[in-house]
Design a protein. Sequence first.
Length: 482
Amino acid sequence: MSAAPIRSGTRLLVPALVFVALVVAAVGSLGTPLITSVATTFHVSLDSAQWTLTIALLSGAVATPVLGRLGAGPRRRATILTTLAIVVAGSALTVLPLPFAWLLVGRAAQGVGLGLTALMMGVARDHLPEERSAATIALISVVSIVGAGVGYPLAALLAEFGGLRAAYGLGLFVTAVALVTAWRSVPATPEGRSAHVNVAGALLLAGGLLLVLFLAGERSLWSRHLAVAVALAVAAVLLLRAWTVSELRTGTPLVDVRAVRHPAVAGANLAMFVGGCGMYLLLTLITRYAQTPSSAGYGFGLTTFVAGLVLVPFSVLGFVAGRLTPRVRERVDGPLLLAGSAAVVGCGFVLFATARSDLAELLTAMGVLGFGVGSFSAAVPGVILAVTPRSETSSAMSFNYVVRSVGYSLGSAVGGLVLAAGTATGRLFPDDDAYTTAALVGVAAMAITTAVCLVLARRRPPGPGTGPVGARGPGRSSRTGG
């Protein structure tokens, strides 16, 4: 089935889809710069305040595959609007003067919106011409990542001058605007679609992901209660194994596991997992290093707001790379572009490991990271969708988002463990060398990612799928598979 022609009512569809993806990404990241403010406002520990970020990531990872399956059916528009309504309601809970538990409920509701990114891609693929849909999908993928760089400094600035409620008020305002935008712009799903949610599979996947992300976030559990951590890790593996078996046996899988096993899809997801570990690791290292007081012997002691501005090069160059990538894909095969992007991120690690004594050097490393992440994120959808039927766009990209979320969480955990190991007894901050060690771990992660992408490039068979992956591949696959 070919893409539906653009009607006059869908003239603003592209900016609407990008705006919704940007909003849910920015709102999902609001917890990062506000952790200290939450702890002081609600009189809770920093570990408890950290859950305002963790719970949003958890709910997003769990909701994403379910939303992806619903988005593959005839009620995608209703699913998008209902999800945004939940996000708006959650945003209202974060603004109202309620106890801390209600703030966590609100943040969990906001996190559900993170699953909308894949649905925005599905809308673009169904209702835009092939080449324009490829560029739009790449841009949606990019803004879903660089959106954190937009929300971070704005939230920090509002928290500094207007308090915690003002920062969360920003989230309420933009999510309400996103709901109205989606209501006016998102068209109905093409006819002939059906989607049934495998409830048992959804519960198994939710349980496995909750344990994986919980273990990644609770680093102290591994050092203080190793036996409990190992038991939970085994339980997570068993739950995910049971989910895989359930998906293979049901006629209505939450994720088409057989399609995921396609070499191109499996390779792209593996690269996203390992690469995601490295990408988020460097983002965490640079942000933490910039805020470390100079009394530790290094660092710049930046305030939360100024540290947020360090993310500006990440967002700007990530957006630039995302805009350039569709044009580059016309000349470079998708896996090779992924390999080059991973190598660029690796260069960012090398810069941070060897030159971080000046703030300009940190900004340069952050810019290199942003360019690499932007290019990588823009190229991944093209590789996956080149062999994915049009009707399965939302589901396929939802699975990729889950893989990315787990990779990001593990990257953050690895960084925390390395820095904790480099912190002397009785000291608050790690040694400077610990940052170098963590950066070298990141170099290794990006080297593995580059190697995976190169292997994927060598194994791609000649034919329609090896052309400009992001441009014509999706259209061809949709005709053969849909």
